[in-house]
Write a protein that binds this ligand. Structure first.
Ligand SMILES: Nc1ncnc2c1ncn2[C@@H]1O[C@H](COP(=O)(O)OP(=O)(O)OP(=O)(O)O)[C@@H](O)[C@H]1O
Ligand SMILES: [Mg+2]
Length: 285
């Protein structure tokens, strides 16, 4: 484990982040609207329904917004670096190095024509000067750290030769190889069965606790986020409608969050008829 230089806290400052995409009629559709938050060496969860802007928030921070998309903010700073004004090269050096993102679908993130081992080695050597043999050993260790038992074999496999869950873990190994300060994990456990899901969460937990990493954990699963994260942002229609400490979920004030909580199954309670969430048009304003 390498000693880290002192970094400003909070490491990430996001003020009034907006992301918009062109629509077919020459106008713009707002995907993210005035999102503001800060992140220290902690676990921040972002929850919200499909299309609420969770992934686009993460992508904008990483500089991975799709071409044509428009990103603006009054402040977007990482470890004191102004992300809106830094050049493409500086951005690229940060990505995969000091900041990394596990994308929602690992199929699109792994290179199909390179073995898993070779691409993790390449990521490491793009950010740190290490010899080929050190890179290979660190890659094997990284694969073992995400609970891939036969790391030597998986190292030599191509992405299409591994299961979805194993691909997702290989992706997490690749994102952690350069020892980032900030990891954005977008639904990192959605393709995993419950036992492996818990293992992956415990790996991320250790990294936050032992290496002082900041984690943004994106999920639609309010229960998972509330047990795993310190703080939660609830998004709806591109906005953060509520920010809560995980322990304070019961005192959520926004009717959308209250509705989500009400829909969670509870042990020992009859759920007939099943509760549904009645969305109100004014929530999206
Ligand atoms: N390339 C794009 N062009 C146009 N609109 C886009 C593009 N990418 C995303 N959007 C829109 O931005 C909005 C937010 O999408 P985003 O992917 O952030 O949702 P999400 O909260 O991550 O949802 P999910 O839980 O389904 O992953 C959606 O309305 C989506 O249609
Ligand atoms: Mg998403």
């Amino acid at each position: 484990m390498t000693e880290r230089p002192a970094q400003p806290d909070p490491m990430l400052v996001v003020n009034n982040l907006c992301v918009a995409f062109p629509d077919r009629n020459g106008g713009w559709v707002d995907a993210v609207r005035n999102v503001s938050f800060t992140l220290g060496r902690e676990r921040l969860g972002i929850v919200g329904e499909s299309g609420s802007g969770k992934s686009q928030t993460g992508r904008a921070i990483m500089g991975l917004t799709a071409p044509g998309g428009r990103v603006s903010a009054t402040e977007l700073a990482f470890n004191g670096v102004d992300l809106l004004r830094c050049g493409t090269q500086e951005r690229r050096a940060l990505r995969g190095g000091r900041m990394a993102m596990v994308l929602q679908d690992p199929k699109f993130s792994l290179n199909p024509v390179m073995t898993i081992g070779a691409q993790i080695v390449e990521t490491l050597r793009a950010h740190q000067e290490v010899s080929a043999s050190v890179a290979r050993n660190r890659t094997l260790q990284a694969l073992e750290a995400v609970q891939i038992d036969d790391a030597q074999r998986v190292y030599k496999l191509y992405p299409h030769e591994v299961s979805g869950g194993m691909g997702q873990r290989a992706m997490i190994a690749m994102m952690l190889i350069a020892d980032p300060d900030l990891l954005i994990a977008d639904e990192p456990t959605s393709a995993l069965d419950v036992t492996v899901q818990l293992q992956v969460l415990s790996i991320l937990d250790t990294l936050v606790a032992q290496r002082g990493m900041g984690l943004i954990f994106v999920s639609h699963d309010l229960r998972l986020v509330s047990t795993f994260c310190d703080r939660i942002l609830v998004m709806y229609a591109g906005r953060v409608i509520e920010e809560l400490h995980s322990g304070d979920l019961a005192s959520a004030r926004h009717p959308y969050t209250q509705g989500l909580l009400n829909c969670l199954p509870q042990l020992g309670q009859s759920r007939h008829p099943l509760p549904t969430l009645n969305r109100q048009p004014q929530w999206a304003v």
